[in-house]
Design a protein around this ligand. Structure first.
Ligand code: URA
Length: 216
């Protein structure tokens, strides 16, 4: 997996991540959702530099110009719930992609800290031979991505996969690197070292779904 980690770059992205992490700012859920969206916009712009383009001639009112136009057939699949604003951020730039949604929720089979991930809902077109963008806001243990990847196999094998995440933890990135094809790109705004005993990223930002849409 090719990891594009923007943690150590200084740009306005730092401000959006700061606001999402800061307990005194993150409570404003409208602002939180907007920041998720903005991170989606920035990361997908970076990702766009690796897509394929063909030159084509277009007519302007005053003449003709040869320009580059993206050629990839893209399916954007977002993981509910916090994937929704990330999805919108990516759609702001890639407005003609096909859309897919998948739900993945954690459950604790023994009532303790250990958890499994259940995929309950998947609405997706064929991804066969296409470019798949997976929007997974919080790449914590990687178990969600593992289950999502399994579920999406029923819809074909993509030619290329791009994962877009806001914050990841090292164990999740390591698992993703094991289970995804080697040419998969991970675009990630920040990487933290640790997970707590319930599989949440530390220091992270808390539960991104709750911060976007309120507690379950
Ligand atoms: N999902 C979240 O929203 N936050 C985490 O830290 C881990 C998973």
């Amino acid at each position: 997996m090719i990891v594009h980690d923007f943690s150590n770059e200084t740009s306005i992205l730092n401000q959006f991540i700061l606001e999402m992490r800061d307990v005194s700012i993150q409570k404003d859920s409208m602002r939180f959702r907007r920041n998720v969206e903005r991170v989606g916009e920035i990361l997908c712009y970076e990702m766009s530099k690796t897509l394929e383009y063909n030159s084509k001639v277009i007519k302007t009112p005053l003449g003709e110009k040869t320009v580059n136009a993206p050629t990839s057939e893209i399916v954007l699949c977002s993981i509910l719930r916090a994937g929704i604003p990330l999805h919108h951020g990516i759609l702001n730039y890639f407005d003609s992609v096909e859309n897919a949604f998948i739900s993945a929720y954690r459950y604790h089979p023994n009532g303790g800290d250990d958890f499994e991930v259940n995929v309950k809902y998947l609405a997706a077109p064929s991804i066969e031979g296409k470019t798949l963008i997976l929007a997974d806001p919080m790449l914590a243990t990687g178990k969600t991505l593992e289950n999502v990847l399994k579920a999406l196999k029923t819809h074909g094998i993509p030619e290329q996969i791009h994962i877009i995440s806001i914050i990841g933890a090292k164990p999740g990135i390591e698992l993703a690197a094991k289970i995804f094809p080697k040419n998969t790109h991970l675009w990630i705004a920040a990487v933290d070292n640790a997970l707590n005993e319930r599989g949440y990223i530390v220091p992270g930002l808390g539960d991104a779904g709750d911060l976007c849409y309120g507690p379950r």
